[in-house]
Design a protein around this ligand. Structure first.
Ligand code: ADP
Ligand code: MG
Length: 705
């Protein structure tokens, strides 16, 4: 290094490190490592015990079965003999003598060693030790020459970090790089957690934590350091979530929506059925929330078919009764159209003025709806993403409902809230999901939402029988289907979206044609997929709902929300291509009436995971159980919702493993923000800065800062 080399800091580009050329820089980039901070956050995923330098004699005792295959040994000595052995794999063998004994060094396929090693030379060699007869052997050891005149200190025992590596970037290269940057980068790394808090929470200092995970003295240090780094991530996110929540409570008010017995009666009269106990309980939670001026931010979760829509409608009508407006946003046109149909039917003859605003609407109609929303001439609007458009403004939006919220990002949900033209007035928000959120996640990503849960299904539902059938037997399946359809039942047949065939037909059309000419000759079939125009889709759904279509051959556009009680049969082709949660959603389209429903999964899973998915879906009808199973199969790395949430993934923390840490973070963050709602204490300036950098954008903390 020359004097002009700039010092290594957290922001130093890894390309400027010693030993990193363009190729390695690119390989690092592909692993997401650009600067020194990234390198420090690239944590070892395990450690190997590396025994320090020992005499051959001592080493013979040290390499016991206790250390097993993981033990790495370091010895130094003189090379006595060296030879090449030809064979299936050419190997180079050397004997190393250190005065106490002899050790065998073996390298496979390394002919170049001949020119570098020679008898009489003193080297230090380290690698995995094995016993071979009476000898200890190191296979493919690393080594370095030792010049006698130099004083080279013996190595001591250590834990060697093993890093997640790629084909182009080995763990040992990463190790060298980390060792290169560790001290200079940590020398000036200030800690964002103040000492009193660290003491109380038994956390090491930040720089020390990095040292402990990258160059640990022992296993305890590994755990101690990792705990601090994992906790940091969880704490930051919790603080961010709480900061936002505190800000919202303080800075915004929403219309307080009061319910009277008359209003309650008037709303319930609109529903064609009495609500279940669970629906009523959830409504009480919502009513309590919207009665206050602090904006509601509530998640309503309930399994597919549990009846979330009427609960939302109840809340929307409460807003309308109070003279305000309400909006319902759905992720697909099909679903928006259906909500329009069911809600319109329930509101027939009432004075509620409602319209649907979807992307498919002609410009003039859209403009007219927008104008009426602005002027308060519409009470209720249903729509898709098009509700988020800048031009859409409300005179007085009191409630925004987001259906199937997992299809939307955090920011999108937030946009609706602030659509009122009245400044400072925000809407109460109710987001709904049929994909239950595992507890671990509800504490993180959705940490700023209050959760209501509808348990169970409305009465009178016959259970759905689920069968997994291999493709060879699909003829039997369709023959059976044909018989049930002959008796007046309706069916969905779902095919995965795959590339168009040569003839230009979609997978749906091709399958439909085959069925129409085969098992379902004489039956009324229709196709349903994303490429149909809105009025075509409307027409198909209307006819299916009215029983004019027997079989709907569809893609997953029918996955969310579609509700046709007479449809009691579902066949899912190539079911192993779908995710577990998705299969459960799809299946939820049947079993909505009193007929005995069946869901047939045709599939021939090739992977273990595929097999597990089909078994899991066949074994349970309970969305919550399935969500847990999904988590188990996919592992915590892919927690549902993290990607959609737009949050950066955790780099150190692992859920559910770190659940206790998460709970601690949540508790502490809550107390912290309660005491200092803006995180404004000068002591926490750095914490605040790092927090905004990490989560500011994803959590929409812009106006907090
Ligand atoms: P999801 O929770 O999946 O959105 P929906 O709101 O679409 O479910 O409701 C599913 C079906 O159950 C609809 O046909 C709806 O009319 C019906 N339903 C909802 N609540 C009740 C109830 N209390 N009694 C009977 N049927 C109900
Ligand atoms: Mg729904």
């Amino acid at each position: 290094m020359t004097a002009s080399t700039p010092p290594i800091t957290l922001t130093t580009n890894v390309a400027s490190l010693r030993g990193v050329g363009p190729q390695r820089a690119a390989a690092l980039r592909r692993m997401g490592i650009r600067c020194v901070a990234d390198l420090l956050l690239h944590l070892p995923h395990r450690y190997e015990r590396e025994l320090g330098e020992r005499s051959v004699d001592e080493a013979s005792e040290a390499v016991t079965p206790v250390h097993g295959a993981g033990a790495t040994l370091t010895v130094r000595g003189e090379i006595l003999t060296l030879r090449q052995v030809q064979g299936r794999r050419t190997r180079t063998e050397a004997t190393l003598f250190d005065g106490t004994g002899t050790l065998l060094l073996t390298w496979f396929n390394a002919p170049w060693l001949r020119g570098k090693l020679h008898p009489g030379m003193t080297i230090r060699a380290w690698g995995k030790a094995k016993r071979r007869g009476d000898y200890l052997q190191l296979v493919n050891p690393r080594w370095e020459p030792i010049r006698i005149e130099e004083e080279v200190k013996p190595r001591t025992d250590r834990l060697r970090p093993i890093y997640p590596a790629s084909e182009e970037m080995s763990s040992s290269v990463l190790e060298d790089l980390v060792q290169q940057v560790l001290e200079p980068a940590l020398a000036n790394l200030p800690d964002h957690l103040h000492p009193e808090y660290r003491d109380q929470a038994a956390l090491p200092e930040l720089a020390a934590a990095y040292r402990m995970v990258h160059a640990p003295a022992n296993e305890d240090e590994v755990a101690f350091g990792r705990r601090r780094l994992a906790f940091d991530e969880l704490l930051m996110l919790q603080l961010g979530v709480m900061l936002k929540r505190a800000h919202r409570r303080r800075a915004y008010r929403a219309p307080s929506l009061k319910r009277t017995p008359q209003i309650d009666q008037r709303i319930r009269r609109r529903f064609p059925f009495p609500l279940t106990e669970s629906q009523n309980a959830v409504i009480e939670e919502i009513v309590a929330d919207v009665g206050r001026e602090g904006p509601m931010n509530r998640l309503l979760q309930g399994d597919v078919g549990s009846g979330k829509t009427v609960v939302a409608l109840y809340a929307m009508l409460l807003a309308v009764a109070a003279g305000h407006q309400a909006a319902l946003m759905a992720p697909t046109e099909v679903l928006a159209e259906q909500h329009d149909a069911t809600i319109r039917a329930m509101l027939a003859g009432s004075r509620v003025r409602m319209e649907s605003l979807t992307g498919a609407l002609p410009a003039a109609a859209r403009r007219s709806i927008q104008q009426r929303l602005r002027e308060g001439e519409l009470d209720l609007v249903i729509g898709t993403h098009s509700l988020l458009a800048e031009k859409v403004k409300f005179k007085s939006l009191a409630l925004a409902v987001v259906d199937e919220q997992h299809r939307f990002g955090v920011e999108q949900r937030a946009v609706l809230r602030v659509k009122s033209t009245e400044p400072d007035l925000v809407a109460h928000t109710l987001v709904m999901t049929a994909t239950p959120i595992p507890r671990t996640l509800s504490l993180t990503v959705f940490g700023d939402l209050d959760v209501s849960t509808i348990r169970g299904l409305p009465p009178g539902r016959a259970p759905i029988a689920t069968r997994v059938v291999s493709p060879e037997r699909c003829d039997e399946v369709y023959a059976y289907l044909a018989r049930r359809i002959a008796q007046g039942e309706q069916a969905y047949i779902v095919v995965p979206v795959i590339d168009e065939t040569e003839s230009g037909l979609t997978a749906v059309d091709t399958h439909l044609k085959r069925l129409a000419e085969g098992h379902f000759r004489g039956r009324r079939l229709a196709a349903m997929h994303g490429r149909l125009k809105k009025d075509e889709r409307d027409e198909v759904m209307r006819r299916f709902r009215e029983g004019d279509i027997d079989v709907l051959v569809a893609t997953t556009v029918i996955e969310v929300g579609v509700d046709v009680p007479n449809a009691s049969i579902m066949v899912i082709e190539q079911a192993d291509r779908f995710g577990l949660a998705q299969l459960h959603q799809l299946r939820g389209r049947v079993g909505r009436g009193s007929k005995h429903s069946i869901c047939v999964l045709i599939g021939d899973p090739v992977t273990d995971e595929g097999k597990q998915r089909l078994e899991a879906i066949a074994a349970s009808n309970d969305g919550f159980a399935i969500a847990e199973k999904d988590l188990e199969i996919r592992g915590p790395g892919e927690l549902f919702g993290t990607r959609q949430s737009g949050l950066p993934p955790f780099r150190v923390a692992q859920l559910p493993r770190d659940l206790p840490l998460l709970q601690m973070a949540r508790r502490d963050a809550s107390a912290w923000i309660e005491a200092d709602p803006e995180l404004a204490s000068p002591r926490d300036a750095l914490l605040r800065k790092r927090l905004l950098k990490a989560y500011g954008q994803a959590l929409g903390l812009g106006d907090v800062a």
